[in-house]
Ligand binder design. Structure first.
Ligand SMILES: O=C(O)CCC(=O)C(=O)O
Length: 267
């Protein structure tokens, strides 16, 4: 089953291969993470208002774009899955930044990125052909954009990581399935996609037959919270596999700007 459109496009095509390696700062093996994350999930589930406002519109738009594919169990099960993830706080907000804002953010991180060569493979094996940095200081204009991200994505009063993660994937780069480590990241991951659209696949750790593809359009914001944060691995598909709704989604160089909150004390 395939769904697309509006603020929360998604597509269910069948299980992806889980099993990314753990990354010291923010990743751990799917399978080790869910149980120890229970305490945080309750808090995450209760805090939905940022993404919640988008959910009705997103649901409507997705129903409009519903299509069935060969691997899908049924149209309603895929929609149900996405609605469940949305109810937990997951969202994709199209056009969150404008073209000028995209150029501003990309231009601001470029000098820091340019100093580093693309790495073939992260030591944990999760990311291929990438370079990354953590950025603390931003121009006033960029800070305003990032504040919009924080306002919409994070529950109020939740301490956020001051450093923003900037990840630059080469055209040939991709990210394997993983769940961000609860040791380094709290209940919410919010990422802006710049320069290229891509497909993010979410796969349930418990039931790998439950999986969903999200079209991350260039300039969109995605929010992973609740079950999407803790119970599903996420990955960014490589160019050869980058299809959505039967259409090729060409993967160009992609910069993601990712805000996270601090791990909750219970984790
Ligand atoms: O590039 C993205 O949007 C995803 C990044 C990611 O999965 C991570 O850093 O854990």
């Amino acid at each position: 089953m395939q769904m697309s459109g509006g603020g929360g496009p998604g597509m269910l095509r069948g299980p992806g291969a889980a099993g990314a390696g753990s990354r010291g700062r923010s990743r751990e093996q799917p399978g080790r993470s869910s149980r120890e994350q229970g305490a945080e999930q309750g808090a995450a589930g209760a805090e939905q208002q940022g993404a919640g406002a988008e959910q009705q519109g997103a649901g409507r738009a997705m129903r409009r774009g519903l299509r069935c594919g060969a691997a899908a169990a049924s149209a309603s099960s895929g929609l149900q899955l996405w609605l469940r993830l949305q109810a937990g706080g997951a969202a994709v907000l199209r056009g969150f930044v404008g073209a000028g804002e995209e150029a501003l953010l990309a231009g601001e991180v470029e000098p820091q990125l340019r100093r580093r060569p693309y790495q073939d493979r992260h030591w944990d094996g999760a990311i291929h052909k990438y370079r990354e940095t953590e950025k603390l200081h931003w121009s006033k204009e960029s800070q305003e954009i990032l504040q919009r991200v924080r306002d919409v994505a994070f529950p109020p009063q939740v301490p956020q990581l001051a450093q923003v993660h900037v990840l630059d994937l080469d055209k040939t780069g991709y990210i394997k399935p993983h769940i961000d480590s609860v040791k380094f990241c709290g209940c919410t991951i919010a990422g802006l996609s710049l320069l290229s659209s891509s497909v993010m696949r979410l796969v349930s750790e418990q039931n790998p037959q439950d999986w969903l593809d999200l079209l991350l359009e260039r300039r969109s914001l995605y929010i992973l919270r609740g079950p999407a944060r803790y119970e599903f691995t996420h990955e960014i598909l490589k160019d050869e596999e980058s299809f959505f709704d039967g259409q090729k989604v060409p993967r160009e160089r992609r910069i993601s700007i990712i805000c996270r909150n601090l791990p909750l004390p219970s984790s």
